[in-house]
Ligand binder design. Structure first.
Ligand code: SF4
Ligand code: SF4
Ligand code: FES
Length: 254
């Protein structure tokens, strides 16, 4: 196994015999190991991520990347941390997309179709081209949730967009200039505040906290020294992996 120190101070381990392929970063050609993700390959080329990189696990949406492969007219989209490089990729990263975001106070809104069309009137200009769906690295039915928002079906739009990571690739491509992910976020906020049934146990837990139920336990913990805290941690009742039907013996803080 050979190792190569990369710009972030991280180390990438290449499989024996990894082939080096040409990839274009910022318009310049680099020979890079074919086994790397776009993110690691860019670091391998000597760049350091200051923006456009967060979780490195496909969750935060910070690393949207657009590329073409030389000789192919198509634009491709993906997350730099999840996509492995291929020969003759011409890469451009998109750390932020300047999409329109409406200014509102959630507590002053109603969960209606009018709210959506007042704050984001451009959703009514959707031409049904489905480009947004094709651009989405999360395989979300983006046109579907915009159509639900157009109809004022906030519950459906919230559920359809649940996996959105706010990367902005859909909005970069939309001919109607819709900021899909901000529309979806508004739908999920309206759904959470006005549509989804309230969790009764949450209300009762908040009133217990406000009544000071946990203050004694908190004071005891903050007064302990480190060895005692470690001892307590090691001796804690841990939930088993298969927790079906499991309940802790000590329910004092439940
Ligand atoms: S890209 Fe824009 S216009 Fe096309 S389907 Fe999606 S929301 Fe509608
Ligand atoms: S819906 Fe848009 S912003 Fe959300 S993950 Fe898909 S492409 Fe990214
Ligand atoms: S770095 Fe978070 S999704 Fe790629």
């Amino acid at each position: 196994m050979s190792t190569q120190t990369i710009a972030s101070g991280d180390t990438t381990i290449l499989p024996e015999g990894a082939k080096f392929i040409p990839v274009y970063v910022m318009g310049k050609k680099y020979m890079l190991p074919e086994t790397l993700t776009i993110q690691k390959a860019i670091e391998y080329a000597g760049f350091q991520y200051v923006r456009s990189c967060g979780c490195r696990g496909g969750i935060c949406g910070a690393c949207p990347t657009v590329w073409r492969v030389i000789g192919d007219y198509q634009l491709h989209f993906g997350l730099a941390c999840q996509t492995v490089i291929e020969e003759n990729m011409v890469l451009a990263q998109m750390p932020f997309f300047p999409a329109n975001r409406a200014d509102y106070k959630l507590e002053e809104l109603e969960a209606t179709a009018e709210t959506l069309s007042l704050l984001y009137p451009e959703i009514l200009k959707c031409v049904g081209c489905n480009t947004c769906t094709r651009a989405c690295p999360m395989e979300i039915d983006v046109m579907g949730y915009i159509n639900s928002a157009m109809r004022g079906d906030i519950t459906r739009a919230a559920r359809q967009s649940f996996d959105c990571i706010q990367c902005g690739m859909c909005s970069a491509r939309c001919p109607a200039q819709i900021a899909h992910y901000h529309v979806a976020q508004l739908c999920r906020r309206l759904y959470g505040k006005y549509v989804a049934p309230g969790a009764e146990h949450l209300v009762s837990r908040v009133s217990e906290v406000e009544a000071g139920k946990y203050e004694g336990a908190l004071e005891a913990l903050t007064g302990m020294d480190e060895p005692k805290l470690k001892e307590l941690y090691v001796a804690r009742e841990a939930e088993p992996l298969d927790s079906e039907g499991w309940e802790p013996q000590d329910k004092a803080n439940l």
